[in-house]
Ligand binder design. Structure first.
Ligand code: GAR
Length: 196
């Protein structure tokens, strides 16, 4: 059974989708939900599910990102974590950390990568006049929102869409895509998954 840590910074809806999927004959279980801020609303949702939580606030570490990541690693070791799923974790990890977890760490990003790395993906897709948007699950490497793509889900962009309406449509797909990819990944299957 693979032991999964889920990293969050906000509402944690992807964390909930992942955690709730890991039951029965699923090859993984959630063993830790970690946030870089104690304001993450997802922490309460993890506690309600009986999943251990940890907060490692990045602020006291200032520029010393390796020290921040050493503290994260302490929690990962304590919980004997095999895989990390970044799920709305809005903090960039150093090459030292991503290197140590390469091949064992996933991220979900709200765009059809390689389009729109970074922030404000939905506003940028609308601004560009795109007719479709979506989300991507990929392995995490040292470069931001890069790394082998494991799955993508597409949604149409509709007339009158705002960044908020588009984000909601994409988020619905994120909740399907991420659990499906994690399940495959945890059993050693890295083939690309296309949804719907
Ligand atoms: C999701 O849309 C996720 O794709 C995005 O943040 C949201 C988190 O929502 N992630 C990024 O933008 C990463 N750069 P959630 O906390 O409800 O899962």
């Amino acid at each position: 059974m693979r032991r999964v840590a889920i990293f969050i910074s906000g509402g944690g809806s992807n964390m909930v989708a992942l955690a709730d999927s890991m039951t029965g004959d699923h090859p993984a279980r959630p063993v830790l939900v970690l946030s870089n801020t104690d304001g993450a609303r997802g922490l309460e949702k993890a506690r309600a599910r009986g999943i251990p939580t940890a907060v490692v606030d990045h602020r006291p570490f200032g520029e010393d990102r390796p020290a921040f990541e050493a503290e994260i690693t302490r929690h990962l070791t304590a919980h004997d974590v095999d895989l990390i799923a970044l799920a709305g974790f809005m903090w960039v990890l150093t090459g030292g950390f991503t290197g140590a977890w390469e091949g064992r760490m996933l991220n979900i990003h709200p765009s059809l990568l390689p389009k729109y790395r970074g922030l404000h993906t939905h506003a940028r897709a609308l601004q560009a006049g795109d007719t479709e948007a979506g989300c991507t699950v990929h392995e995490v490497t040292a470069d931001l929102d890069d790394g082998p793509i494991l799955g993508q889900a597409r949604v149409p962009i509709l007339e009158g869409d705002t960044p908020e309406t588009l984000a909601a449509r994409v988020l619905e797909q994120e909740h399907k895509l991420y659990p499906a990819v994690l399940r495959r990944f945890a059993s050693g299957d890295r083939r690309m998954l296309q949804l719907p």
